[in-house]
Design a protein around this ligand. Structure first.
Ligand code: LLP
Length: 425
């Protein structure tokens, strides 16, 4: 069930009409549904109930403190990719002991910060990173728990920009080098190899590639065990896709079904081993937790009839939502107040001085200047990828909870955007 629906022709987020939000908070504004967020997280959490498992929300998808707080209180751990993200987890009251640290370029300062907060695990992506982490941990008199991100070379069949587990990718350690890399890790005095991980890509509608990657991780865990390196967890990354409403596209596999298939395989494998050793399963979902939790609410400034095309010029732009410009992503646009269709086709574009500043192309939309539109399914990789290009303050963010609206990030003021700058005289 969606928590965004039309009531008497007006789009609502839970019990609140979107025009009321535009009136109070202005546009563009990201509007999130608390109930949708919790439903999405619970789909993961319920499938994990009674199992040795942890859901580490990939906060790069949406790192607003209010979202992190809601998820932390629901028991989520977090997948982070920077020291800044760790500070956000702490500020939101999340538990650093449920944090895993991914990314190919962790700095010494970031490693130190993470070690001081005793995070659960570092997902290490190269041999030089192992050596750096060993040195930093040694200087602090600590032992760092590590997992190696292995590249299982499975084709996720998704957009090339978000496929990450192939041989040509900058991520992870090659499958064939994994054993030697674990041996190195096991020999370094300040590291403790505890896990293995992978992340093969994002927006996967089918879970077959994810299960193939799982099989490859299992194969490696057995090989390592034969060498005396016993791992305690396997982390299969994120990647589960969501329904963006693209015509003709398959529906994504529901999280619960995917997780059940993962647990079935893992449990069958453990039973076959007869060694009584358990293994914790970690998931790093981002998009499937927050994607359909949010819409981007925007106002039509002008309708412009060009020589070849009609343009619907809105007050949101590529600096608010970069996915169409970056990945040619198809994002659904809908009028907030339903109108009779006119058959008119539009490109929905923003005010930024770039031809790449578009949000949607060739859409049949019944719109007039002054109308409100929403970009649906905009909760993931929207605000976190926003910029201040053209000295545009980033959008406001609100969370709707029933008939209550909470401002969880106010709109930026232009003066704030240059407050850190100075002139030379
Ligand atoms: N774990 C790791 C190590 C990751 O790199 C990512 C996403 C995730 C988990 C979460 O993946 P998800 O469940 O969200 O698919 N900006 C792009 C997506 C980039 C994904 C980057 N990594 C987009 O807007 O489509």
């Amino acid at each position: 069930m969606s928590h965004f629906d039309y009531q008497n022709g007006v789009l609502h987020a839970e019990g609140v009409a979107l025009p009321a939000i535009a009136e109070t908070f202005g546009t563009p504004t990201y509007v999130y549904s608390k109930a949708q967020l919790l439903d999405n997280f619970d789909a993961y959490a319920n499938a994990c109930a009674g199992r040795d498992a942890l859901v580490c929300y990939a906060m790069k998808a949406n790192s607003n403190l209010a979202i992190l707080d809601l998820l932390a209180r629901r028991g989520a751990g977090f997948d982070i990719v920077s020291g800044g993200e760790l500070l956000r987890v702490i500020a939101a009251g999340g538990d650093p002991k449920k944090v895993i640290f991914s990314g190919v370029g962790k700095s010494e300062a970031e490693m130190r910060l993470a070690l001081e907060h005793d995070i659960l695990c570092f997902n290490v992506e190269s041999i030089p990173e192992l050596h750096r982490l060993d040195a930093v941990a040694g200087a602090l008199g600590k032992k760092a728990r590590v997992s190696l991100r292995v590249n299982p070379n499975v084709d996720p069949k998704t957009h090339p920009y978000i496929a990450t587990g192939l041989k040509a990718s900058k991520f992870g350690v090659a499958f064939d080098d994994a054993l030697a890399t674990y041996r190195t890790a096991a020999q370094l005095p300040n590291l403790e190899p505890v896990g293995i991980d992978c992340h093969i890509g994002s927006q996967l509608l089918d879970d077959t590639p994810l299960l193939e990657a799982l099989d490859r991780l299992i194969e490696l865990i057995d090989t390592l065990a034969a060498e005396g390196i016993h791992l305690h967890h396997l982390d299969i990354g994120g990647g589960l896709g969501i329904d963006y409403g693209v015509a003709g596209e398959d529906q994504p596999v529901p999280a619960g079904e995917y997780l059940n298939r993962v647990f079935q395989r893992v449990e069958a494998w453990r039973a076959e081993k007869h060694d009584g050793r358990g293994i914790k399963v970690i998931f790093e979902p981002g998009r499937s937790i927050v994607g359909n939790t949010g819409v981007l609410l925007t106002k039509v400034e002008f309708i412009k009839h060009g020589e070849e095309k009609n343009f619907c010029i809105v007050d949101a732009a590529m600096n608010d939502m970069a996915r169409p410009a970056l990945y040619q992503a198809w994002m659904d646009m809908q009028p907030v107040v339903k109108r009779e269709t006119t058959g008119a086709m539009f490109d929905v574009v923003g005010p930024i001085c770039e031809s790449g500043d578009w949000l949607a192309r060739d859409r049949e939309l019944p719109v007039e200047a002054g109308d409100l539109l929403v970009m649906k399914t905009a909760g993931a990789y929207g605000m976190t990828m926003a910029s201040n290009y053209n000295t545009r303050g980033r959008a406001a963010e609100v969370i709707v909870d029933g008939d209550q609206v909470h401002l969880v990030r106010r709109r930026e003021k232009a003066e704030e955007l240059f407050a850190l700058e100075s002139v030379i005289r």
